[in-house]
Design a protein around this ligand. Structure first.
Ligand code: GDP
Ligand code: MN
Length: 426
């Protein structure tokens, strides 16, 4: 979960990191009042959960309360990278001599938190990492020892801080590290950390990502979630306990189990399609959950077909099939669908779906191929029995029967039909 700049900076302040004085405004009049109370030049900053607000015109200075009101009315309602600005932070403006980057992330490779700093602050750190990686100083923090003072000194010298700033820098770096650890963050970042004209350090921007899996032990942080900033489908998915990640493809995938979902996405790619999402409906799969998942998938206008891939273990296939049918009844989708059900009570499950005029498949390869064909508008394929779309079947028949109807379909799973030539060589 991402926190807003103003939320992040308030938390930073609790950890002893100096931040500018300021307040949140939702109307231009609020902004004027706050500017008047601060009694000096202010900066008006859009609060949206994306980076690069400065470049997008979402960060502006104002010299007087009048100007603050005018600038706030410009920024409020602005659209920044698809997000509407509903709040602005009105901060006292800083007198900036230099901008520094200071951040801490979890480094999975090293299995440690890694603190990074760069003298090229204010810029996008990914860009610095790409173009001038030598400008980034990093230290890995031993979780048992914590961030040591010699490490913060090493960072400070590495980015060329003056000796007299090192004490303050150490306090900020230690605060950021404790904030990162205690809040179960996956990232805590100050960009820019500025050196003011009088040589003081101050965090002007803040970004914190909280590990969603740790939110249960931070109810105060969970309450900071800004639902306005989420895609409605993500909000619904979270509330229903579905793991959903939107992707750019055209095949909506509804799967039970994360590993199975990954395999399903791979298969749609293998057969020339591309998944519109990752979606793990988890265990159970009652009709209301299936319906919610279906609504979420169909809310994406890019989806041209839906692929259900369900493994019935403790949850029986017939139960899931009834769930799907009930969900179809409720959602009434306009795109074609194909379902592959295997496991406990699969025959009954498939019968229920076939009765509901739904395409079914008995292998994932078959289902993925059908979904790809449906996306390409090759409706004719849909009418054909599954064996017809498998080049392997023809060769089997030619080679002289001997196998059951199902075996070729399984074989097809490892053959890529897109290769163009029939699989005659065996
Ligand atoms: P971001 O673009 O979303 O990362 O937003 P930031 O809060 O980092 O602001 C972008 C840039 O605006 C900073 O790098 C600064 O150069 C500038 N800026 C932000 N706050 C102030 C301020 O108080 N005074 C001045 N002069 N510039 C500021
Ligand atoms: Mn920034």
């Amino acid at each position: 979960m991402k926190l807003h700049e103003y939320q992040s900076k308030q938390l930073f302040a609790e950890y002893g990191i100096p931040i500018p004085k300021g307040e949140i405004a939702t109307t231009p009049e609020d902004a004027r009042r706050i500017a008047r109370d601060l009694g000096r030049r202010v900066v008006i900053k859009s609060q949206v959960l994306v980076g690069g607000r400065g470049k997008a015109g979402g960060v502006k200075l104002a010299n007087t309360p009048d100007e603050a009101e005018a600038v706030a009315s410009q920024i409020l309602g602005m659209n920044i990278k698809g997000l509407m600005v509903r709040k602005v932070l009105v901060d006292e403006a800083a007198d900036i001599a230099q901008e520094i980057y200071l951040g801490i992330v979890l480094d999975r490779l090293q299995r440690r938190a890694s603190m990074m700093a760069s003298a090229a602050g204010g810029m996008d750190i990914e860009q610095v990492a790409r173009e001038t990686p030598a400008k980034i100083v990093r230290v890995a923090v031993d979780p048992f020892l914590g961030l040591r003072e010699y490490q913060t000194r090493q960072i400070a010298y590495g980015i060329g801080l003056k000796r007299e700033m090192i004490k303050d820098f150490n306090i900020i770096a230690q605060g950021l590290y404790r904030c990162f650890v205690e809040l179960d963050a996956s990232l805590a970042e100050i960009n820019p950390l500025v050196i003011t004209g009088s040589g003081a350090l101050q965090a002007l921007d803040g970004k914190i990502l909280i590990d969603d899996n740790a939110l249960f032990r931070h109810p105060d942080l969970a309450a900071l979630r800004d639902v306005d900033e989420e895609a409605p489908s993500e909000t619904e998915a979270r509330q229903r306990g579905l793991s959903y990640i939107k992707l750019d493809g055209e095949i909506g995938c509804m799967v039970n189990g994360a590993g199975l979902a990954m395999a399903t996405m791979d298969m749609t790619k293998l057969f020339g399609g591309s998944p519109a999402n990752f979606l793990d409906i988890g265990g159970g799969a009652q009709s209301d959950k299936v319906a919610a998942a279906l609504r979420i998938i169909l809310a994406d206008p890019h989806v041209k077909a839906v692929l259900f891939n369900i493994f019935g273990g403790i949850t029986r296939c017939d139960e899931v099939a009834r769930g799907i049918v009930a969900a179809l009844d409720e959602v009434k989708p306009s795109v074609p669908m194909v379902a592959r059900l295997v496991g406990t009570n699969e025959e009954e499950g498939r019968r229920i779906l076939a009765e509901a005029q739904m395409q079914t498949a008995s292998t994932l390869a078959e289902a993925a191929q059908k979904a790809v064909a449906l996306v390409k508008g090759e409706a004719a394929v849909v009418q054909l029995p599954p064996v017809e779309i498998k080049p392997l079947q023809a060769s089997r028949a030619a080679a002289g029967k001997k196998s059951g109807a199902k075996k070729p379909a399984k074989q097809a799973a490892v053959k890529k039909p897109a290769a163009g030539k029939p699989a005659t060589k065996r």
